[in-house]
Every structure is written in structure tokens, then in C-alpha cells.
Design a protein around this ligand. Structure first.
Ligand code: DC
Length: 336
């Protein structure tokens, strides 16, 4: 017989008996299903719970699953400052007659413990200029996971239509181009490189005429379906922070954490204006504010997948907050 150990973890919303038993049961079932473990394969299980979970022993859930004669023990996890709260961890020892490779299971916010092994997904939605991309980039770096800027994909599509002499708001100009358009993103040190039909368009898509074109092509359902499919395929493979307009509502309905990041239109326009001045563009504040208001209306009033806060998203208003404050707030939300 060959002996193995496999790890798992899950988070619990509330410190109550029902939640602890339900989540522990779910964790054990997932761990066993994923690794084809039968009750008779299990030698012993060690459970730990963080000190904020004290209304039931996780081992009771294992007994209820029929593990009546397996040695089990429950311990308290070390209470390390800033660590994930309301978390149940499991270390299961098993034996098989054949060789096996076992896969650990990290569920709910416990994915933050091992984003390299689990599918940790953070959805950040909000209007233009709310600070999504800066926050998302920093957060991804902090969590050591990928960052995906979905707006860049709509921008690339908008650019394609313009370069073909079309009107990005006219579906008859856009739809015929869709099938032959290849949009790809690759992570790099500062965020991501965006390719349109194999050409690097990372800088080109940042101009304000492309912003408007992106918002226009984003109202066309066929465009959204194509780009959402690519975004979901990436999210199935990698732990990531994804920002956009419809991530929490549509692209990642089961994201580990959803944030709706906003700020007043004036503050968002002020940030965009400063950024444009910094890039040497001479533009007046009023024009930038007007563009922001128009883009908000375009993104929020479209019928298909409009910009909207998901019911289970946490609202953060960044008007009077620094980027660091927002990032720290999200990390806190991830861990609590
Ligand atoms: O985030 P951004 O400014 O780069 O996005 C450009 C435009 O693309 C934005 O006005 C709306 C559209 N968009 C969208 O419709 N859905 C997304 N998930 C991301 C962007």
C-alpha cells in the first residue's frame, strides 16, 4: 500500500454550527470526488479552524458522512496577524494500492491561500476612471496572480472597425469583421500586451477616439459574446483579477470576490484629465468630463450586459481614497 497526504481548505460566512458543518461536508466531498477517494482509503484526518470559528467541531461533519471509525482531530489554527479569517483547513492521510497524484482543494476565499493551485477570481467592475485598472494591477501583483483588462479587448475590437473604415456603432460594419478578428492578451511586467490580429496594439488602443469606439462596439451582443468567451476561457485556466463593466454580473458570476469600484464623475474626469496632460495631450477638463458622462450613459444604458453592480458585489467609492487604500480594502475583503 502507498500512503499519501492531501490538503484542502474552505471559508465559512458565519460562525454558526450549520455553516461549519455544511462547509466542512462540502470540502470533504469535493476533496474525495476530485481525487476519487473512498471512505475505506482514509487513514486519518486533521482539521484546523481559525479562532473565530468556535460553534462546532468540523469533525462532526466527517462523522455525519459515515467516517465513524477513522481517527479525526480538530485543532485551532495559529492566529497569525492579517491571516484569512473563518477558515477550515483539512489534512487527509490516505492509502491506495496503486500510485496516485493527488490534487488539493481550496474553496471559497480559501483560494487566496494557494492561488497557484486554486481558481481565485476577483471581479472589479465600475465606470471609466474609477481606478479599476490601477487597483486591479496592484492587487494582482500583491496576490501573485494574473491581471486581465477586458476593456483592452473592446478597445482592440473598436480599433479594428476604425482601421477598416467602419462605424463602431453600426452593427452592419462590425459584425462582418468579427469572425476574422483575432484578439489576444499576454501578461507582461506592467500589465498586459494586447494583440490585434497578431499585431501589438497596446499603446494604440489608449487614445480617446478608441475609448469611444470600444464603448460603441461593446453595445453589440455578438461582440460581447465573442469577447466574454475568451475571458471565461482565460479565467478557467488561471487565478486572476479581471476588470471591466460586466465581470461580476456576466463573465464571472461565481467570482471569489466581486467589487464595484466607483467615484464621482468630476473626480473620474479629473484623474483622466491629469493622465492625458501627463501624456502631453492638451485637452480641457470640461471636454473630458463630458466624454466620461457620455461613456457612462452608453455603458449603463445598453440593453445587453450593461454596466451594473452585481447584487453580491461590494461597493467601494474611491472619490476620497488613495489607490493603496482601495487595494488594502480589497485585500481585507478577500481575507474576511
Ligand atoms: O475600461 P476601459 O475604459 O478600457 O473600457 C473601454 C470601453 O469598453 C468601455 O467604455 C466599455 C467597454 N467595456 C465593456 O463594455 N465591457 C467590459 N467588460 C470592459 C469594457
Amino acid at each position: 500500500m502507498k500512503t499519501y497526504a492531501v490538503r484542502g481548505a474552505i471559508t465559512v460566512k458565519e460562525n454558526n454550527r450549520e455553516q461549519i458543518l455544511m462547509q466542512t461536508r462540502f470540502l470533504l466531498e469535493e476533496l474525495m470526488k476530485k481525487n476519487a477517494i473512498k471512505i475505506q482509503d482514509i487513514i486519518s484526518i486533521i482539521f484546523t479552524a481559525t479562532s473565530d470559528l468556535n460553534t462546532e467541531y468540523p469533525a462532526v461533519a466527517a462523522r455525519e458522512l459515515g467516517m465513524t471509525s477513522i481517527p479525526l482531530i480538530c485543532c485551532q489554527e495559529m492566529n497569525v496577524v492579517g491571516s484569512l479569517s473563518k477558515c477550515i483547513r483539512v489534512l487527509m492521510h490516505v492509502q491506495f494500492s496503486e500510485e496516485r497524484i493527488l490534487t488539493p482543494v481550496y474553496l471559497g476565499k480559501a483560494a487566496i491561500l494557494r492561488p497557484d493551485l486554486a481558481n481565485l477570481t476577483v471581479a472589479i467592475d465600475g465606470p471609466a476612471g474609477a481606478g479599476k485598472s490601477t487597483v486591479a494591477k496592484l492587487l494582482a501583483k500583491k496576490l501573485n496572480i494574473m491581471y486581465l483588462d477586458t476593456g483592452a479587448m473592446y478597445r482592440a475590437m473598436g480599433l479594428k472597425v476604425i482601421e477598416n473604415g467602419g462605424d463602431p456603432s453600426n452593427r452592419d460594419d462590425v459584425i462582418p469583421l468579427l469572425e476574422s478578428t483575432d484578439i489576444a492578451v499576454r501578461p507582461n511586467n506592467t500589465g498586459q500586451t494586447v494583440y490585434l490580429d497578431g499585431r501589438d496594439v497596446t499603446d494604440k488602443i489608449r487614445s480617446s477616439y478608441v475609448s469611444k469606439a470600444a464603448s460603441d462596439v461593446g453595445t453589440i451582443p455578438e461582440v460581447r459574446k465573442k469577447l466574454v468567451r475568451i475571458q471565461q476561457q482565460i479565467a478557467n485556466k488561471f487565478s486572476l483579477v479581471m476588470d471591466g463593466r460586466d465581470i461580476g454580473t456576466y463573465v464571472l458570476p461565481y467570482a471569489t470576490l466581486k467589487v464595484f469600484l466607483t467615484a464621482s464623475p468630476e473626480e473620474r474626469a479629473r484623474r483622466r484629465w491629469k493622465e492625458l496632460l501627463g501624456r502631453g495631450c492638451t485637452v480641457d477638463f470640461k471636454t473630458v468630463l463630458q466624454e466620461i458622462i457620455e461613456r457612462d450613459a452608453n455603458d449603463s444604458n445598453r440593453t445587453y450586459a450593461p454596466l451594473r453592480k452585481a447584487d453580491d458585489a461590494v461597493l467601494i467609492d474611491s472619490t476620497n481614497k488613495s489607490i493603496e487604500q482601495v487595494v488594502n480594502e480589497i485585500v481585507y475583503l478577500m481575507k474576511s
